[in-house]
Write a protein that binds this ligand. Structure first.
Ligand code: ATP
Ligand code: MG
Length: 357
């Protein structure tokens, strides 16, 4: 059956990088028999300008009818003064909650061809290939009650609620164990079980779930230690699973280990395998419209889409291998360019990947 992909270019460099990723999808359809059709929609600032809302009902409806969503990036300085419900970023949050995208997968890979561009010691990061599985729809970012109030002493106090149900922990745990099973077979669950009851339950439920995945080696780590270990010896990890806030922080730290924001993809999945795929970077308004954006994070997000939503793992491998060969050939957008390599535009990079497919 033909699978539908909703393409949401968004703002800033979004349209430029998504154009290159769609070239890759088109090539897979035309040359490799991938049975897909693409539809395009508005989100973020672009949607606000056209429809007065960052997430128009029409976009939401197309998202519900699609097997996967490919997103560029949203936001920009021109919309920063808008009220909260109209901000471009609300478009993203709305899609996450509407589609119940509870599992956020963020690989942090250091490409050997880019090792020279990294500012970290080679022995610490060479060959780095880890993935952080972050719970995305629960925890302290959504817990009720929350707010700012006046306390008994008459001063203002802010408060949030860190809450996880057993079923929320179990479903993210399953995604993590399955991911570990497909990869190196090791899973580290990160919590603060010594201080926070919600994460004490987190540790218990993950431990119970382990009985169903005896082939996966499970370890637990407190988040403070995990942050330290991640920068001290990142290669000790394979798959890391953690709650919403801890994952937010750890995945940005992990991304920085690779030194190249333009290279890192992400997937956000729901229970049916529908997913939203996007680069981890933002809309980069400082370089928009110059043909200087690196499209590889978005193209690698297509690879994740093939693997997690479209049931085409061999094609996912093919896209990743094609990216590797393009880097081998020395082609580089400005963000990863250094002496001895060849400078390329956004479009030249996308064309090169297509040529390698
Ligand atoms: P957001 O809040 O949406 O994450 P941000 O301002 O924090 O946005 P980015 O938009 O990711 O961050 O930009 C951070 C820096 O990285 C900018 O200098 C930008 O030009 C650069 N950058 C981001 N994405 C790319 C890319 N694909 N190729 C090249 N440079 C990029
Ligand atoms: Mg940012």
């Amino acid at each position: 059956m033909t699978q539908q992909i909703l393409v949401l270019p968004g703002d800033g460099i979004g349209p430029e990088i998504v154009t290159e990723a769609v070239k890759v999808l088109d090539a897979l359809r035309d040359r490799h028999g991938l049975d897909i059709t693409t539809v395009e929609g508005l989100v973020g600032g672009a949607a606000y300008e056209a429809e007065g809302h960052p997430l128009p009902e029409e976009t939401l409806q197309m998202a519900r009818e699609s097997n996967a969503v490919l997103l560029g990036a949203v936001g920009g300085p021109q919309w920063e003064a808008l009220d909260r419900p109209l901000r471009p970023e609300q478009g993203l949050l709305g899609l996450r909650s509407e589609l119940e995208l509870f599992a956020n997968l963020r690989p942090a890979i250091l490409y050997p061809q880019l090792a020279e561009a990294s500012t970290l010691k080679p022995e610490v990061v060479a060959g780095l290939d880890i993935i952080i599985v972050r719970e995305l729809t629960g925890g302290i970012y959504f817990g009720q009650p929350r707010g700012v109030r006046t306390n008994a002493a008459g001063e203002r106090e802010g408060y949030n609620t860190f809450v996880y149900s057993e079923s929320e922990i179990r479903r993210i745990g399953r995604v993590a164990f399955e991911t570990a099973r497909r990869r190196g077979g090791r899973l580290c669950s990160v919590d603060k079980a010594n201080v926070l009851e919600a994460t004490e339950l987190w540790r218990q439920v993950i431990t119970e779930l382990h009985a169903e995945y005896p082939d996966v080696e499970l370890s637990h780590m407190y988040v403070d230690n995990a942050a330290m270990q991640l920068v001290r010896e990142p290669k000790q990890f394979d798959v890391v699973v953690t709650s919403n806030m801890f994952g937010d922080i750890l995945s940005d730290a992990a991304a920085q280990l690779t030194g190249s924001i333009g290279m890192l993809p992400s997937a956000s999945l729901n229970a049916d395998g529908t997913g939203m795929y996007e680069p981890i970077h933002g809309s980069a308004p400082d370089i928009a419209g110059q043909g200087a954006a690196n499209p590889l994070a978005t193209i690698l997000s297509v690879a994740m889409m093939l693997r997690h939503s479209l049931g085409a793992p061999a094609l996912a491998d093919a896209v990743e291998a094609a990216v590797g060969r393009v880097l081998d050939g020395g082609l580089r957008t400005p963000d990863i360019h250094y002496a001895g390599t060849t400078r390329a535009t956004t479009a030249e990079m996308g064309d090169a990947v297509v040529a390698e497919l």
